[in-house]
Design a binder for this molecule. Structure first.
Ligand code: PHE
Length: 451
């Protein structure tokens, strides 16, 4: 089996793929939205601390499990299990992650479909087919189903080609495109009236809000979603990294890219909102907070684009292409989790497994679309607020309590001869054993609002 497994052909291939998974709607939509509704820069500060102190160590745990196991999430976790109980526990954690990835993809595909439909709209206006332009941005079952199907088709198309020809090749093409689009859009928006007020709101922290429990919970959830934790995705991507690579540095580079792009997205979205305000668009909700969620992306920003006149069509197109590209490099990683599981555990051919699993997930999306107002939020909550933190926490428990400490250290040494002298070596094993599971557990229990 292992001979037919793929592997990233280069360091940059892995970085682009893992950063592609991490950078998605969570960065470009979720992060600025959370920032807007949680006191601006105070949120940014808390996010940065939590991303590096909690999400990064948990991210390393998942990468290390995968690189050690050289297999899908369940098999990798089972390789470090010594008793029957461990093996069962490994199955629950690994399979739980696979299911979580599938559930996330089922609602993420719907959101990505909206992004694509909003990218089609300006093109339709430029070409002069106004009725098509109006149709693609109005909510309907058919519109949602059509664009979700197109998006799922693209995801399946890439994943069935495998690790090197699919994930790596497309991540290497799409990630630079995403970064260039983001920078061009920031450069343009910052020249407009009102942008400096937005920058001010984004970059000046209101320190009084820093310890608000809700802010902490939102920031941690956002950091975990952004690094794709608790979904088996980073375990499987870790399993495709060569033993010659230094995992600690690679993991740090991916985290840095993820956090920087979220930060850059904030430099685009928050100033854009204030530019919209300068043009007469309402950007504050009735309770005085900044508009966030779907209202931000599908109402405030489109009003801004249309107030720009003809050039606004091109800006809108660039913005929604940016969103769609970000979503695609993430969705392929979500599909890879379940596909690698079925290919390796049940011996199914990759192409067939990809089509079958992609279709099943699409059917779940159809279920969501049929009652979008209720189902979208419900599936998102189950997968991201419950599934992800619990599974990410259990992965840390696995590394800290089940995996032999010596084996952990040996794996850390692969591709990194000087590992023993690093701070990471001294702190991380202990940190993953005690601090990560406890901190994630506390925040999770708190988020249930039991007390
Ligand atoms: N990290 C992605 C984002 O920020 C979402 C994601 C979650 C991707 C889970 C894979 C697995 O949008």
């Amino acid at each position: 089996m292992s001979a037919s497994r793929g592997e990233f052909s280069s360091r940059i291939g892995f970085i682009m793929a893992a950063a592609g998974s991490a950078v998605g709607l969570g960065n470009i939509w979720g992060f600025p939205t959370q920032t807007a509704s949680n006191g601006g820069a105070a949120f940014v500060l808390v996010y940065l601390v939590l991303a590096f102190c909690l999400a990064y160590p948990a991210f390393m745990a998942e990468l290390l499990i995968g690189r050690y196991g050289q297999a899908n999430a369940v098999t990798s976790l089972q390789k470090m299990s010594r008793t029957l109980f461990h093996k069962r526990f490994a199955f629950v954690v690994g399979f739980g992650g696979v299911v979580c990835a599938a559930l996330i993809l089922s609602f993420y595909g719907v959101l990505a479909g909206w992004m694509m439909s909003y990218a089609v709209e300006p093109i339709a206006r430029i070409v002069g087919v106004t009725n098509v332009a109006d149709w693609v941005i109005s909510q309907s079952f058919i519109r949602n189903a059509l664009f979700t199907a197109i998006f799922m088709f693209l995801t399946i198309f890439i994943i069935q080609k495998g690790v090197e020809d699919g994930i790596e090749k497309w991540s290497k093409r799409l990630m630079p495109l995403l970064i260039v689009l983001l920078i061009i859009l920031i450069g343009y928006v910052l020249t407009l009236d009102g942008a400096s007020e937005g920058l001010n709101a984004y970059l000046n922290p209101d320190f009084s809000r820093i310890f608000e429990p809700d802010l902490l919970i939102s920031a941690l959830g956002q950091a975990f979603f952004s690094l794709s934790l608790g979904t088996s995705v980073m375990i499987i991507y870790g399993s495709y990294i060569s033993k010659k690579e230094n995992l600690v540095t690679l993991g740090a580079q991916v985290t840095l890219i993820d956090v920087s792009i979220a930060f850059l997205a904030g430099l685009l979205i928050i100033p854009a909102m204030y530019v919209a305000q300068a043009q007469g668009v309402t950007i504050f909700a009735d309770d005085g907070s900044l508009v966030s969620g779907p209202g931000l992306v599908f109402a405030v920003l489109p009003s801004l684009f249309s107030s720009m006149g003809y050039i606004g069509l091109f800006v809108a197109f660039a913005f929604f292409v940016l969103m769609s590209v970000a979503a695609l490099t993430s969705s392929i990683s979500m599909l890879e989790g379940p596909v690698s599981y079925v290919v390796e555990r049940h011996g199914m051919a990759r192409k067939k497994a990809t089509k079958i699993i992609g279709s099943i997930i699409f059917l779940i999306s159809i279920g969501i679309i049929s009652n979008v107002d209720v189902m979208l939020g419900l599936v998102a909550t189950i997968a991201t607020e419950y599934g992800q933190p619990i599974i990410a926490m259990l992965c840390c428990v696995f590394v800290g309590w089940i995996w032999y400490r010596n084996d952990v250290l040996m794996e850390l040494k692969e591709g990194n001869d000087n590992a023993e002298h690093s701070v990471f070596w001294k702190i991380w094993p202990w940190y993953t054993k005690f601090v990560c599971p406890t901190a994630i557990g506390i925040v999770f229990i708190h988020s249930l609002n039991l007390f």
